[in-house]
Write a protein that binds this ligand. Sequence first.
Ligand code: AMP
Length: 375
Amino acid sequence: MSHLNPGATIGVLGSGQLGRMMAQAATRLGYRVACFSPDASPTPCAQVGAREVTGSYDDLDAVAAFAKSVDVVTFEFENVSAAAAEIAAKYAPVRPGGDVLHITQNRLREKSFLQKIGVPTTTFKAVECATDCEGFIYPAILKTAGFGYDGKGQRKVASASEAQAAFRELGEQPCILEALVDFAYEASIVGARGVDGRFVAYPLVRNDHANHILDLTMAPLNDSADNGEASALAKGIFEALGVVGVLCVELFVASDGRLLVNELAPRPHNSGHWSIEGAATSQFEQQVRAVCGLPLGSTALRAPGVAMANLLGDLWPESGEPNWSAVLGVPGVHLHLYGKTQARPGRKMGHLTALAQTPGTAAECVLNTRRLLTL
Ligand code: AMP
C-alpha cells in the first residue's frame, strides 16, 4: 500500500483528548475516524464525529473486529497491550508498530534501549528485589517499570533503606531506580516520521510541571545548539525504533548543560498542543499524514513565541463552570476544551494557547488569562 486517500478510515485505540484532536485534524482532511476504548460514551473522540466502539483492550476478538473495520490503526496512549497491537496488525497496518509500544510502555525496556543506541539518560538500575537497591547513587527516584504516568508509581528516595521501603510500598513489582537529575529545566521535542522514512521535528520546547503534571509549555527554546542536538537525538531514536507516526522525546536539560532523555511517548503529546495554532502543521495533522503515508507538513512556527497552559479539573468550582466569558474576551488566546463531563482535580480538561513576539510574553498571556477563569 503506498498511501491512504481521504475517505479512508483511521482507527484509534483510545478515545480521549489526543484522539479527539487527531480526529479534528483528520476530518478536516476528509478522513473518517473510528475510536476504540472501554470508556463511557460519548467519549471526547466520538463527540467530534468519530465512530465509537466500546470494548476492552484485552478483548482480542473485539480489537480484531475493530482493526478489520478500518484502513490503518494508530493509538493515542501507550498502555494498550502488546497482544492487542499484535492482533490488530493481522488486519490493518498499525502505526507506530506494536514493537514500539512494547519498548515505550516499560521504563526499564525504554531506558535500556536508549542506552543501547547511545542516547544519554540518567544512570539507572533494574530493581527486582529489595537488595537491588543497595550500591546505587542517592538521592534517586524509584519508579514502577510499567504503567506509570504523570508522576504516578514513583517515589523520591534518599538512601538504599528508603528505596527498599518504597519498593515494598509500590507492591514489590519490577521497578527502575534512577539517579536524581539536577536539571535546569525540562524540555521535549515532538517529531514525526513518514512511511518513506522522512523525519521532521518541531523545535525543542520548555515544559514546567506542577504536581508532576504538565502545566506550561513554551516554544521555542531559544538555544539553537540544544535544539540541533535534541533534533539529532530524536531522529536517531525514530530511526532505531522504525517509528511511523508522531513521537515525543521528553528530556532534562541538566544544570551542566547536558541533554538527558527521560521518556518517550509514541503519539502526539501534551507538550505539542501549542502546534495546533502555533505551527504550520499541527502534531495531530502530522500524525494523520504519517499514518496515511502522506508527505509530512512544515513544522515552521507561526509566531516567534507560543505558549500553552493546561486547564485541569482543579479550576472548576464546586458547582457551576469556570468564567469562560472572561477568557473568550481576551483577543488572540485560543481555548480548547475536551468535552469531559466530570472535572476532577488533576484531570486534563482543556488548554489555552497564545502566540506572541517571544515565548515569555506568550506564557505571561496564557497564565494571566487562565487566572481569569476563577475570578
Ligand atoms: P516521569 O513519569 O518519568 O515523566 O516523571 C515525572 C516527573 O518526575 C518528571 O517530569 C520530572 O519532573 C520528575 N523526574 C522523573 N525522573 C526524574 C529523575 N531521574 N531526576 C529528576 N527528576 C525526575
